[in-house]
Design a protein around this ligand. Structure first.
Ligand code: FAD
Length: 403
């Protein structure tokens, strides 16, 4: 809040206005921090409301579940301990990795000597719970089907293109003291901010693509077909298959593999023989038809790493968080976790620094080296997960927090 004088001379507090661009996990959490801090918050999201089942398919480019660790939980807990507990109630603890070899033998590698663990969580449920919480607050407005087109930061104004039910579009202008870009790896906020600040930036696509599969519950018992308290990995040197548990006793699996290898799998027969050779136990768990169906239906998506983005802000007017500022490959399981930490660190500066400009300046200075480091760790863990793991098949000591 800012101080200003009222007509009768008394001091009044004016709530400041923030517009958050993107209602993914990081944007929704940022909105919650600012709303609880008394700001007027408007969240503008390109897509329709993901809580409406009709809009679910629009979110197909995101993994179904992900690993949440202490870094992310801390970001949640700092703003809302109760909500955090209700989110964690639906998460499944993963105490270690389970390595699957070519013969289907499994060996467990605990993450941590102190028994700390990471958790598998449904991405949509997490996002929905954050949005539900925002809906309950009187100082928050959620606006869906709002696509950021441009930012005039000197005028403190954003222009969104709003999709109407008729299918037509209209422009919507919004004024704010602060704009927060949490609009993902291909951030329009970042692109707009580049007009105002000498923003250094580099991005890289790795050669691997990812494709999702499902392992259903056991057909007779209805139970998990694999130990649910592990993150399962089938490391195969240049590619790998992983599986994370879900509440409904399924596993969501991801095949990470070079594009060339995907191209070489032409047709259902080639797919089944590839799985029989590389991941024979998966064929019996997922079934040939299941594998074929998922492979034909699901996209093969690229992985981007966005590294040298600096600064993350412009004056006291605009800042980018989460994937918009540091999208990373998913192999360290820290992309969203790191985005949640961004929000917590930013809020500390907003609360403690002299003014917004200092807060954003100090945020970039503090956060940049940390984000670069996590980004590097994520890239290095790709080699570790798909290859090096096999050389250390037993116990690997203190690894809590990483996948
Ligand atoms: P996003 O989730 O990308 O959300 C951005 C939002 O902004 C979207 O809703 C989008 O519609 C909206 N938007 C975009 N453009 C505009 C616009 N112009 N105007 C308005 N709105 C806009 N992370 C982990 O921590 N643990 C894991 O285990 C993990 N596993 C992963 C597995 C895979 C296969 C992948 C690909 C990623 C994984 N990640 C993981 C990373 C994680 O998904 C991201 O870091 C996280 O989603 C980033 O959240 P975000 O809110 O910053 O961005």
């Amino acid at each position: 809040t800012t101080l200003s004088g009222s007509s009768d001379g008394a001091t009044i507090y004016e709530p400041q206005r923030v517009v958050v661009i993107g209602a993914g996990p990081v944007g929704a959490l940022a909105a919650l921090y600012f709303a609880k801090g008394g700001w007027q918050v408007t969240v503008c999201e390109l897509r329709g409301d993901l809580r409406n089942p009709e809009n679910r398919s629009l979110n197909f480019t995101k993994s179904i579940n992900l690993a949440i660790s202490e870094r992310g939980i801390n970001g949640l807990r700092t703003v809302d301990p109760e909500l955090t507990e209700s989110i964690l109630d639906e998460a499944i603890p993963m105490h270690g990795r389970m390595i699957h070899d070519h013969r289907g033998r499994q060996s467990s590698q605990k993450y941590d000597v102190h028994k700390r663990f990471i958790r598998s969580i449904d991405r949509s449920r997490l996002n929905e719970k954050l949005l539900d919480e925002l809906d309950r607050m009187s100082n928050v407005e959620l606006k869906f089907s709002h696509n950021l087109k441009s930012l005039s930061l000197e005028k403190n104004e954003a222009v969104f293109e709003r999709r109407l039910n008729s299918g037509e579009y209209e422009n919507v202008r919004m004024q704010a003291d602060l704009f927060i870009g949490a609009d993902g790896a291909h951030s329009q906020t970042r692109r707009q901010m580049m007009k105002y600040v000498r923003l250094n930036y580099s991005q890289e696509y790795i050669d691997s693509l990812w494709c999702e599969f499902q392992i259903p519950p056991h057909p007779e018992t209805g139970d998990f077909q694999l130990d649910p308290n592990h993150l399962h990995i089938w490391p195969r040197q240049t590619f790998m298959f992983i599986a994370l548990p879900n509440q409904d006793r399924t596993f969501t699996c991801t095949l990470f593999m070079p594009e060339e290898m995907f191209k070489n799998i032409v047709g259902p027969e080639a797919l089944v023989s590839f799985f029989k050779k590389e991941f024979p136990d998966v064929v019996s768990l997922a079934g040939e038809d299941g594998l074929i169906g998922d492979y034909l239906k699901n996209q093969k998506l690229p992985l981007i790493s966005l590294k040298k983005c600096n600064p993350y802000h412009y004056k006291g007017k605009c800042v980018i968080l989460g994937d918009a500022s540091h999208a990373m490959v998913p192999f360290y399981g820290q992309g969203m976790n790191c985005g949640f930490e961004d929000v917590r660190v930013l809020w500390e500066h907003i609360c403690n620094d002299t003014n917004l400009a200092d807060a954003l300046d100090n945020y970039t200075s503090e956060r940049y080296p940390d984000c670069i480091t996590i980004n590097d760790l994520a890239m290095n863990n790709y080699v570790e997960m798909r290859a090096s793991l096999q050389q250390h098949p037993v116990f690997r000591g203190d690894k809590a927090g990483q996948t």
